[in-house]
Ligand binder design. Structure first.
Ligand SMILES: CC(C)[C@H](C(=O)O)[C@@H](O)C(=O)O
Ligand code: SF4
Length: 466
């Protein structure tokens, strides 16, 4: 019987599998950030251990850094402790660190791929749930807990139970202007926030294959938001072209060998999945969330759903609760919903193509009165590229704030927080109650939709002139 992509990567990383015990997997790359690593390093220190493979471990500062200033003095006392601790730990244990003054610093899931740290067919872990992003390269990538971070540091392995396998095929092509974010929101809208639980999901189909690497990362990034363990996309010419020449990608003869191995990394025709889901790409309209989980999604031309239309009482109650928090009435047209904050950034949508897509709608326009809009590039390299292209000027002339790289307003862990009652058009991946600040309301959407909302002051259907 054939194997899935997941099984191929799993099998090639299996160190030990014994009846009655959790299998042990080899870890190819370990990414580290300031929030989930301090206890792991302390654990190593008190056990008198070293890192098993420091050359496969890469650290960055992203979650609680300031996007206004690269000075350490700009940090809150708590953030300062975490950032200083990461620096000291990386020095002591010999880990490569991109600190806030380094030009490659950025959100861990933006920085890893762009430096070629992320490569196909490897197991990649990080103490962060959105590690799924790296699955876009055909890697098996998932988030781990702090005690597992310590285990990986000490042994370069991880105990893992094998997941079930799901295939999500997006057939055909999307219409003009429909982005990877719309595709993944449509998928989560269909599956619900726990539709992928227990599974590693392989995304495939023409619409997925047609995406750039950046688009594929957006899709895999949100696999976790439907409960999946990881998301994966088989590597192809698009993947190899993206990786070629990147700093940590293989070079010369190693490159040729790597590519010929990577070409084998696809699901065999006769492989068996535990579940299969199909979506028709041509039916996907621009999407946005109306509620308080990423599965509470509608197309921009649809109204806010009504609890009365929902037969399942548990779901009906969750719709009522979400409507109450988000302060919207059932039946309201999404295009009538006003916003007062806009966040373009996060590991979902802060790459150069995202910023270009947002700039299209910002160009020559002005941020609507009463709206505050910020653009936060995902890394120093994205920022640099955007500035070469003049995107920073387009945004600033339109009244957007142009910031330094970091997680920023994606989560309320740094200075970029929403106020209670704020309604934000956000390109991030989570819209839970209070995610961007206590009492604030988040609507997830694509960078193009977010920029359009910023200049109009309410959500708009970007398929038509506005
Ligand atoms: C802080 C970190 C542990 C967390 C995660 O794991 O996802 C964060 O990145 C998030 O997006 O909520
Ligand atoms: S950008 Fe947001 S989702 Fe991504 S790692 Fe940072 S906090 Fe988590």
């Amino acid at each position: 019987m054939g194997k899935t992509l997941y099984e191929k990567v799993w099998d090639s990383h299996l160190v030990r599998e014994v009846e009655g015990q959790t299998p042990i997997l080899y870890v190819g790359r370990h990414l580290v950030h300031e929030v989930t690593s301090p206890q792991a390093f302390s654990g190593l220190r008190s056990a008198g251990r070293k890192l098993r493979a420091p050359e496969k471990t890469f650290a960055t500062m992203d979650h609680n850094t300031s996007t206004r200033s690269a000075s350490l003095d700009a940090l809150s006392p708590m953030a300062r402790i975490q950032v200083d601790t990461l620096k000291d730990n990386c020095e002591e244990f010999g880990v490569k660190l991109y600190d806030i003054t380094h030009k490659n610093q950025g959100i861990v899931h933006v920085m890893g791929p762009e430096l070629g740290i992320t490569v196909p067919g490897t197991v990649i872990v990080c103490g962060d749930s959105h590690t799924a992003t790296h699955g876009a390269f055909g890697a098996l990538a998932f988030g781990i807990g702090t005690s597992e971070v310590e285990h990986v540091m000490a042994t370069q392995t991880l105990r893992q139970t094998k997941a079930k396998m799901m295939r999500i095929e997006v057939r055909g092509q999307v219409a003009e202007g429909i982005t990877a974010k719309d595709i993944v929101l449509a998928i989560i809208g269909k599956m619900g926030m726990d539709g992928g639980t227990g599974h590693v999901v392989e995304f495939c189909g023409e619409a997925i294959q047609s995406l750039s690497m950046e688009g594929r990362m957006t899709v895999c990034n949100m696999a976790i938001e439907m409960g999946a363990k990881a998301g994966m996309i088989a590597p192809d010419e698009t993947t190899f072209a993206y990786l070629k020449g990147r700093e940590f990608a293989p070079k010369g003869k190693d490159w040729e060998e790597a590519v010929s191995h990577w070409r084998e990394l696809k699901t065999d025709d006769d492989a068996v999945f535990d579940a299969k889901v199909v979506l028709d790409a041509s039916q996907i309209a621009p999407q946005l969330t109306w509620g308080t989980n990423p599965g509470q999604v509608v197309a921009i031309d649809q109204p806010v759903p009504s609890p009365e239309d929902e037969p399942n009482t548990t779901i009906r109650d969750s719709i009522k609760k979400a409507l109450n928090y988000i302060d919207l009435k059932a039946g309201t047209k999404m295009t009538d919903v006003s916003i007062n904050k806009v966040f373009i950034g996060s590991c979902t949508n802060s790459r150069i193509e995202d910023l270009r897509a947002a700039a299209v709608h910002a160009k020559g326009r002005k941020v609507a009165e009463g709206v505050i809009a910020i653009v936060v590039p995902g890394s120093g390299l994205v920022k640099e590229q955007a500035e070469i292209e003049g995107l920073d000027k387009i945004f600033m002339e339109a009244g957007f704030e142009w910031r330094l790289p970091g997680c920023s307003m994606c989560l309320a862990m740094n200075d970029d927080k929403l106020e209670a009652g704020d309604r934000c058009a956000s390109t991030s991946n989570r819209n839970f109650e209070g995610r961007q600040g206590r009492g604030s309301r988040t609507h997830l959407l694509s960078p193009a939709m977010a920029a359009a909302a910023a200049v109009v002051g309410h959500f708009v259907d970007i398929r038509y002139p506005f």
